[in-house]
Design a protein around this ligand. Structure first.
Ligand code: SAM
Ligand code: SF4
Length: 316
């Protein structure tokens, strides 16, 4: 465990998605998993209960796209009732969020991360292979109006594709109380097609954004934080490659097929399905997994992730 307190679990609810972002999913989509291969909500809740017993208090539902999953509001509601779970978040592409945000908040959703790589209608459509940016912008506004805090916006930067919009994305934080976070492109799955020519390090972006003022980052945070003077929001940089944050990594990941990945970029996975019938068995397996979480990934030396899964299967 290397002295790290593991208090956060990310749960991928599905590997399916209503978009096909160029650096994440193949254009033709993915081969569909059988219904029985996908972990059931009641089993997710058992795993969350065992996780909470071991000190995990924060859950993020992701995907694929979590909002295409039936009854996600009920799942959030049940998860919020588990003793010890304090914080429930989602990472979403935002396409379906405008109409769902109110119900999700009522169910117990505290925070949202919305992915948005471009502010231009055409380019957004190209990057997502078909998405309508208006859906996402309306969802952002809706979440702000509902008082969901924080609303974070995740942007993966790729040279030659959206690096001309860095200043515009940063400027969003002037008018809106949103937290824009730039994520370095990772050499995993479809991301490999863009990595060699398209990778931009956070340092490179920062060196060109002279107006940004550094803020103190929370301990355990994987982002370094900045702000424009007199802005309503903040700007963060998530740099898994150029400034790896493994020593601050406080999370484990549950895939949509019921395995735990203690590190995003390792091929090690533990199948929890065989422990679902025994609460004690589940707790002791999870305890072992947390204890043996790898100290760090090796992305920068290997030039690619060792994960056998793609980002849409793990959820970021
Ligand atoms: N569909 C949801 C969404 O897009 O927010 C949740 C799942 S998606 C896999 C989670 C995050 O992973 C998104 O912010 C996406 O931009 C990011 N992502 C996907 N592939 C990536 C890659 N190769 N490198 C860095 N981030 C990536
Ligand atoms: Fe879907 Fe999210 Fe991957 Fe885009 S990044 S294809 S929205 S899973």
């Amino acid at each position: 465990m290397n002295g790290r307190k593991i208090n956060y679990i990310r749960v991928s609810l599905t590997d399916r998605c209503n978009l096909r972002c160029i650096y994440c999913m193949p254009e033709e989509g993915i081969s569909k998993k059988e219904h029985h291969e996908i972990i059931r909500h009641e089993d997710i809740l058992k795993i969350l209960k065992a996780s909470a017993f071991l000190g995990i208090d924060k859950v993020r539902f992701t995907g694929g796209e979590p909002l295409i999953v039936k009854n996600i509001d009920r799942l959030i509601h049940e998860a919020s009732r588990i003793n010890g779970i304090e914080d429930i978040a989602i990472t979403t592409n935002g396409i379906l969020l405008n109409s769902m945000a109110g119900e999700l908040k009522k169910a117990g959703l505290k925070r949202v991360n919305i992915s948005l790589d471009s502010l231009k209608e055409d380019k957004f459509r190209k990057i997502t292979r078909g998405g309508n940016i208006q859906d996402v912008l309306q969802a952002i506004e809706k979440c702000i109006n509902l008082g969901i805090k924080p609303v974070k916006i995740n942007s993966v930067l790729i040279k030659g594709i959206n690096d001309d919009e860095i200043s515009d994305l940063i400027r969003l934080t002037k008018e809106l109380p949103v937290h824009v976070r730039f994520i370095e492109l990772m050499p995993i799955g479809e991301g490999m097609n863009y990595y060699e020519t398209g990778f931009i390090s956070s340092d490179q972006v920062l060196s060109e954004q002279k107006e940004l003022v550094p803020l103190n980052s929370n301990e355990g945070s994987t982002a370094s934080l900045f702000k424009l003077p007199n802005s309503k929001g903040t700007v963060g940089f998530i740099s898994p490659l150029s400034c790896k944050f493994c020593r601050n990594c406080n999370r484990i990941r549950l895939t949509s097929t019921g395995t735990i990945k203690p590190c995003l970029h390792s091929d090690t996975e533990y199948d929890l399905k065989k422990y679902l019938e025994s609460e004690i068995g589940l707790i002791s397996e999870l305890k072992e997994i947390i204890y043996n979480k790898p100290a760090e990934h090796n992305l920068e030396n290997d030039g690619k992730s060792s994960s056998k899964r793609e980002m849409f299967e793990i959820g970021g």
